[in-house]
Every structure is written in structure tokens, then in C-alpha cells.
Design a protein around this ligand. Structure first.
Ligand SMILES: CC(C)(COP(=O)(O)OP(=O)(O)OC[C@H]1O[C@@H](n2cnc3c(N)ncnc32)[C@H](O)[C@@H]1OP(=O)(O)O)[C@@H](O)C(=O)NCCC(=O)NCCS
Length: 184
């Protein structure tokens, strides 16, 4: 049941205004992880958010229950020669990771506050974000220590390309996943 959840769309022009809301939701959703994992602190997340949301192609969907934000998703297209694929540990054909700037949309974050989990809200935020894209495919990274999240994405149609560890300090090992986007 997701009746009553209003999904709104934003782009990089609204990033500064949205920033406090995005950080508050992150701090709540990742409170346990941030307590033990240097990769998950709010400060690290804020750096990542600022990097992503500065990109002109950054887009974001936020779900609201009344005036309360309940979760969000965001991402941006990968630039040509994207560093995204730099930490790929699995051998794949070269053309699988060739970026043109318009080929692949990277879903960087998806999170929903606990009371709105298992309500279809996460899927709606995901679908609404990707529905507006013109790229041929999307990619995301999911922590290999979270097999249930990996399975959730697989159930939404994502396939696994291989193992990837971003070349940044404390980065965990991820599954790199891909999803074909409908062509217009
Ligand atoms: C991922 C998310 C948006 C999915 O929401 P949803 O569609 O309502 O699905 P659920 O919350 O039921 O998650 C599916 C399963 O994954 C598990 N799971 C979700 N996030 C998890 C995490 N960060 N670590 C470990 N397990 C996680 C859930 O416990 C659930 O397991 P269960 O079926 O045994 O209860 C939501 O769980 C969330 O915000 N998680 C925290 C942030 C996160 O991990 N985002 C994904 C980054 S790739």
C-alpha cells in the first residue's frame, strides 16, 4: 500500500535546497552503520552527495507522506571514461564498461525510512527516477554483505555484472549491477 505517498522530482538546480533533508534522512537510515563503519558516516555521505549533486545531470525523487520525507533515490549519468568502473575486479568485455556520457545512468542512492519499508515506496522511488531517463541502461553498486538487498534488486530486473571495489579509502566490496532501460 503506497496510497498517500507523493513522489516529487528534482534536479541539480534544487540540490542545495534539498541537501539538509537528504542528510537528515541519511543520518536516520544509516545511524547503525555510521556508528561502526567509516565509509558510512554522515560526513562521508555529504561529500559524496555534494559530488553527485553538482553534476548537471543529477536527478532525485523524494517520497512524502504529507509533509514528511520518507525516502529518496538519486543518481546521474556516467561521464565518458567514468571512474565508476575503475574498481571492477571481474573481467568483462571492454564494451561492457565503455561510457559515452549518455549511455548509462548511475543510481547512486536509494533509501527509505523504516516505517515506510515493505510498502512499495522504495520501488516507486526507483521506478519514478528511472522512468525519466533516456540512457540505454542503469547501473548501481550493492554491498556484498547485504545479500537481501542484492536479491531485492535482482527481483526488480537488475543483473549482476561482477565484483567492484571503488578505489577510495574504506570502500566495501560491491556487486556491480545493470538494468536495461526502455528505449524511447
Ligand atoms: C533498500 C531499501 C530502500 C528497500 O526497501 P523495501 O523495498 O521496502 O525493502 P526492505 O526494506 O524490506 O528490504 C528488503 C530486505 O533487505 C534487507 N535490507 C535492507 N537494507 C539493508 C541493509 N542496508 N543491510 C542489510 N539488509 C538490508 C531488509 O532487512 C529486508 O530483509 P527481510 O526481507 O528479511 O526483512 C530499504 O531497505 C533501505 O532503505 N535500506 C537501507 C538503505 C540501503 O541499504 N539502501 C540500498 C543501497 S544499495
Amino acid at each position: 500500500m503506497t496510497t498517500g505517498i507523493d513522489v516529487r522530482h528534482y534536479d541539480h538546480h534544487q540540490a542545495a535546497e534539498l541537501r539538509p533533508l537528504l542528510l537528515d534522512v541519511y543520518a536516520e537510515v544509516y545511524a547503525d552503520a555510521a556508528a561502526t563503519d567509516p565509509f558510512a558516516t554522515v560526513e562521508r555521505f555529504a561529500q559524496g552527495l555534494d559530488g553527485w549533486s553538482r553534476r548537471p545531470g543529477w536527478t532525485c525523487t523524494v517520497g512524502y507522506d504529507g509533509d514528511q520525507a520518507v525516502g529518496y533515490a538519486y543518481g546521474a549519468p556516467l561521464p565518458a571514461g567514468a571512474p565508476w568502473w575503475g574498481g571492477l575486479l571481474t573481467e568483462v568485455p571492454a564494451d561492457a564498461v565503455e561510457e559515452t556520457g549518455t549511455r548509462t545512468y548511475a543510481l547512486s542512492e536509494l533509501m527509505v525510512r523504516v516505517p515506510w519499508r515493505k510498502t512499495g515506496t522504495a520501488r516507486r522511488l526507483h521506478d519514478a527516477l528511472l522512468a525519466e531517463r533516456t540512457e540505454e541502461r542503469a547501473t548501481l553498486l550493492v554491498d556484498q554483505e547485504h545479500p537481501k538487498v542484492h536479491a531485492l534488486y535482482a527481483s526488480w530486473g537488475w543483473t549482476t555484472l561482477g565484483d567492484l571495489r571503488p578505489r577510495i579509502p574504506d570502500a566495501p566490496l560491491f556487486h556491480a549491477m545493470l538494468l536495461d532501460l526502455p528505449q524511447r
